[in-house]
Design a protein around this ligand. Structure first.
Ligand code: 5GP
Ligand code: MN
Length: 364
């Protein structure tokens, strides 16, 4: 039995909205990841089964390793198909917003979404959803993924018969990718009960893992080699590291979107490492994209909020900077210094203090 996470009120909203609607649009965050695409397509499958007219619109391109999902080719990319997106949004009587907490996370698609008059229903697991921007909110930051929430809602509605095999594959993919294949943020026993239900639906989890993880070019492997050998700077006293990479470097490896996926996690393999920072020049816009990862109580979302106009989850977050790479690196070095207290080990007391401490203990 799963714990009851979705409240009765949340369930009533989902039931009511999904029964009433006819034309639904599902939107998710910029540079969609496995959870974004997985939750969107799983909800798409479910609402289709309920007889609804459904469209998924994403702000921009998503990586090749997610294109195997059923109907991934029907997803509309807003930056490439603006007028089609506008006409579909105009017809919508419900917009489901998945895996983001704030309209700015969907870039220009947000402007189009905010112009519509229909209700927006948010389903998400990021902290601090913006209550002004969504009429209805189902927000559970304690959940592993938005896919977990979509499963829970469908399950609690008693609609497991409408969760298709394709929908189950999508949900598995999102739960797996948002937890690093169940290596972080995944100690809730419910997660494995859910996976068990998805397996009963017939998913081949081993095959999905391979489709996601073994779907890169040889260039990507060479890029990883280059990044780790040439670009990784480790600050052992701070248990932190920085990688920064420019557009010209990426183009040497025929960079495709998604090729940097997972690289920011790698420095955490260093014993005792607490914080990994990756700065990457965006290939489309004059921006530096920031990705950070941390362990345990070190909150990299606070680091991103303080220094990179960003946020995210406690141990996986990001942000952006509008400046040169040189300035971004300079800022990062200052930021690390400002966080020295949180990162470095507590100073060892001077030896005479230790001696005094020991003699005091001995006196007792
Ligand atoms: P990634 O490093 O995989 O690009 O992003 C990790 C997480 O950081 C995302 O799931 C998202 O929660 C958060 N994130 C990434 N970029 C931004 C950003 O620009 N602003 C905010 N608020 N969160 C971000
Ligand atoms: Mn997510």
């Amino acid at each position: 039995m799963l714990k009851q996470k979705i409240t009765p009120q949340e369930l009533d909203i989902a039931r009511k909205k999904w029964n009433e609607c006819k034309n639904v649009v599902i939107v998710t965050h910029t540079s969609p990841d496995g959870d974004a695409i997985g939750s969107s397509l799983a909800l798409y499958e479910y609402l289709k089964r309920k007889g609804k007219n459904v469209t998924v619109i994403v702000p921009n391109y998503f990586p090749d390793f997610l294109h195997w999902m059923k109907d991934a080719d029907k997803i509309i990319m807003f930056d490439r198909q603006k007028s089609l997106s506008y006409s579909i949004l105009k017809m919508a009587d419900l917009i489901c917003c998945l895996d983001f907490n704030e309209i700015s996370r969907i870039d220009d698609l947000g402007v189009a979404v905010m112009r519509t008059k229909c209700d927006r229903l948010l389903i998400d697991h990021h902290l601090h959803p913006n209550h002004q921007q969504f009429r209805h909110i189902i927000s559970h930051p304690e959940a592993s993924s938005t896919c977990e929430l979509v499963f829970r809602i469908i399950n609690s509605l008693g609609d497991m018969d409408k969760l298709t095999l394709a929908g189950a594959e999508d949900l598995y993919a999102g739960m797996a990718t948002d937890t690093g294949f169940f290596s972080y943020n995944s100690n809730d026993p419910d997660i494995f009960l859910i996976i068990s239900e998805l397996l009963k639906k017939g998913i081949d989890k081993d095959l999905i893992n391979r489709k996601i993880q073994n779907n890169y070019s040889a260039d990507r492997l060479k890029l990883i080699g280059y990044v780790l050998y040439e670009k990784l700077q480790v600050f052992p006293d701070l248990h932190a590291s920085l990688i920064y990479i420019k557009k010209e470097e990426l183009s040497q490896f025929h960079y495709l979107k998604g090729d940097m996926e997972g690289i920011v996690n790698m420095p955490l393999q260093i014993k005792g490492h607490k914080l990994s920072i990756l700065l990457r020049e965006d290939t489309e816009r004059p921006l530096i994209r920031v990705s950070t990862r941390s362990v345990d109580d070190l909150a990299c979302n606070e680091f991103c909020a303080q220094f990179y106009n960003g946020g995210g989850h406690k141990n996986a977050s990001g942000g952006t900077l509008e400046c040169s790479m040189e300035k971004a690196v300079e800022l990062t070095m200052k930021a690390l210094e400002m966080w020295r207290d949180k990162l470095a080990d507590a100073p060892v007391p001077a030896s005479n203090e230790v001696e005094q401490e020991t003699s005091k203990q001995e006196e007792k």
